[in-house]
Design a protein around this ligand. Structure first.
Ligand SMILES: [Zn+2]
Length: 138
């Protein structure tokens, strides 16, 4: 992917052209690098790579970068947990104890299931709104 610069002979990073937001969204869903779409974000179930194995794009943009993904995960968890209980209560009214029996497992399972996607979405959002530079690649 990276060819040598004809003038300096140094490796040239293919920073341009940038992916369109729709392409980045597809890469977010597939848990792939937002820049090239080839490298995998994770090497284990919850272990994220530091950089893309294909293009060298750094995934952790700065220290504490993925704190925003926690907020995103929280918003999705509350939306699904609370929305699910409200929807269920509307369709079939039930006492508080039964509502909690539905909501509590959702509040535990949703953040675990969405963890990888929250980080991927946060990284993709950052990629779309900011312009990667040479320093963003290893
Ligand atoms: Zn990449």
């Amino acid at each position: 992917m990276n060819a040598a610069c004809p003038e300096s002979g140094e490796p040239r990073l293919d920073i341009e052209p940038r992916a369109r937001p729709s392409e980045v969204l597809a890469r977010v869903v597939r848990l792939r690098c937002p820049h090239c779409g080839l490298g995998r974000l994770y090497e284990g179930l919850f272990r994220m790579r530091l950089a893309c194995a294909e293009c060298g794009f750094h995934f952790e943009r700065e220290h504490g970068f993925f704190v925003g993904a926690i907020y995103l995960n929280y918003a999705v968890t509350v939306s699904i947990g609370l929305g699910g209980v409200l929807l269920l209560d509307t369709l079939r009214p039930m006492p508080l104890r039964q509502q909690l029996l539905v909501a509590l497992p959702l509040m535990v399972l949703v953040p675990l299931c969405f963890f990888r996607y929250a980080r991927s979405a946060w990284l993709g959002l950052n990629y779309v709104v900011s312009r990667p530079g040479r320093e963003d690649f290893r």
